[in-house]
Design a binder for this molecule. Structure first.
Ligand SMILES: Nc1ncnc2c1ncn2[C@@H]1O[C@H](COP(=O)(O)OP(=O)(O)O)[C@@H](O)[C@H]1O
Ligand SMILES: [Mg+2]
Length: 382
């Protein structure tokens, strides 16, 4: 239990920090979402904390964040107020859905994703086969309607969802939770309804909600009315999917924070797939993927690199590779040769990686990984 309190505390503070950082950068949409997450974590903490004095601290902090969210929402809305009414409503909504939601074919292929074999198989079974052979997935073999990818950040959830979209002939809607919850808040429940209506028209279709915890976190009495409504609509739409098994429509959600997800939503994501940290072999492959087309020296030992990066996420390894391959370029610049078109950088050497390892550290702690594994043991189904 105390591990979980620690985690929530960490979650509240890291999300609040990110919110402030985003606010400074002027990314108000994202700041709002980080505040929501901090608030959700605080609410849970308040429920678990027995000491009144500490509870009071959390409650004050929660109020402060909630107030800030409202102020930010006002600022964001001022930029993008839309009046919709009467006959124009429908086309206006469609335009908004198109703007808030990307309809596209991503260009990620299965080969671009190292390892994650179990997750790939689970997705084949849950998403790809039923879309390819609807005739086989009927009656008691009914297809999954809600699939949740969860796990530490930077380990391939978004990549997997995009590879799925690329390998089936289905319309793919990408929903950015932060846009829905900030820019279009107020209109957001209508957007969600319209989104499902459009997806139904364009079957087979996949709705991918990235960072789904932001929309699917626990509902509570004192939250912003519009947020409450959008959650209710999303729940109802997901229920609708289960009520109509013949429709070729499903929702894939991805989250780094599965414990923030409301049990009601969790139940509707029937298939829950853990996307873990990369294994030894996966790390080797990720290095290779990110060094494609780069001039590298023979002294690079991929086994050694994989050994040295235990606990790194795929994203950490991508950053590490980028840092290492920049070093020869920096040398070239320092020696004043960058402007000369025929001056070539030297090959990237093992020492570049060793130096990069000192700068790029793993972004996820062991403690956090244990938390994901616990959640996976309790709730995963693939
Ligand atoms: N298994 C993997 N194979 C190749 N690249 C990976 C892998 N996992 C993560 N990456 C790298 O990390 C980046 C972030 O991955 P992403 O799928 O967005 O993570 P998540 O959605 O789980 O937070 C990717 O763009 C890619 O560069
Ligand atoms: Mg992602």
């Amino acid at each position: 239990m105390s591990a979980s309190i620690d985690m929530l505390r960490e979650m509240a503070s890291s999300n609040a920090k990110m919110a402030i950082k985003m606010e400074r950068k002027g990314n108000l949409d994202e700041a709002i979402v980080y505040y929501y997450r901090a608030i959700t974590a605080l609410k849970k903490l308040i429920k678990m904390e027995e000491r009144k004095s500490i509870r009071k601290i959390y409650e004050d902090r929660l109020k402060q964040y909630a107030k800030r969210v409202l102020e930010l929402l006002d600022m964001v809305k001022r930029d993008s107020t839309v009046k919709i009414s009467g006959t124009e409503e429908k086309s206006e909504l469609r335009r908004m859905v198109k703007e808030a939601i990307l309809v596209e074919k991503p260009d990620v292929k299965w080969e671009d994703i190292a390892d994650l074999e179990r997750a790939k198989e689970a997705l084949m079974e849950a998403v790809i086969w039923p879309l390819k052979r609807p005739d086989l997935f009927k009656g008691s073999r009914r297809p999954w309607k809600g699939v949740l990818l969860f796990g530490p950040p930077g380990c391939g959830k978004t990549l997997l969802a995009k590879a799925v979209a690329n390998s089936v002939n289905a319309t793919f809607f990408i929903v950015d939770s932060s846009v829905i919850l900030s820019k279009w808040l107020g209109e957001s429940e209508k957007i969600v309804k319209e989104l499902f209506r459009m997806a139904r028209e364009k079957q087979p279709a996949i709705i991918f909600i990235d960072e789904v915890d932001a929309i699917a976190s626990a509902r509570s009495v004192n939250e912003h009315d519009a947020i409450h409504r959008v959650k209710t609509v999303l729940l109802a739409e997901m229920d609708g999917l289960y009520a109509k098994p013949d429709e070729r429509l499903l929702v894939i959600g991805a989250t780094n924070m599965p414990e923030l997800i409301d049990p009601a939503f969790r139940r509707r994501f029937e298939k829950r797939i853990y996307v873990p940290l990369p294994s030894f072999d996966a790390r080797k492959e990720i290095f290779k993927i990110h060094l494609q087309g780069v001039n590298i020296s023979d002294d690079i030992d991929f086994n050694k690199l994989a050994e040295l990066t235990e606990g790194y996420t795929g994203h950490d390894i991508a950053l590490l590779a980028r840092e290492a391959i920049m070093r020869p370029i920096r040398e070239l610049a320092r020696s004043g040769l960058l402007d000369q078109k025929d001056a070539k950088p030297r090959p990237v050497r093992m020492e570049d990686f060793i130096a990069a390892l000192k700068v790029i550290r793993p972004s996820v702690s062991k403690k956090e990984i244990i938390k994901y594994e616990q959640w996976a043991r309790m709730f995963s189904s693939g």
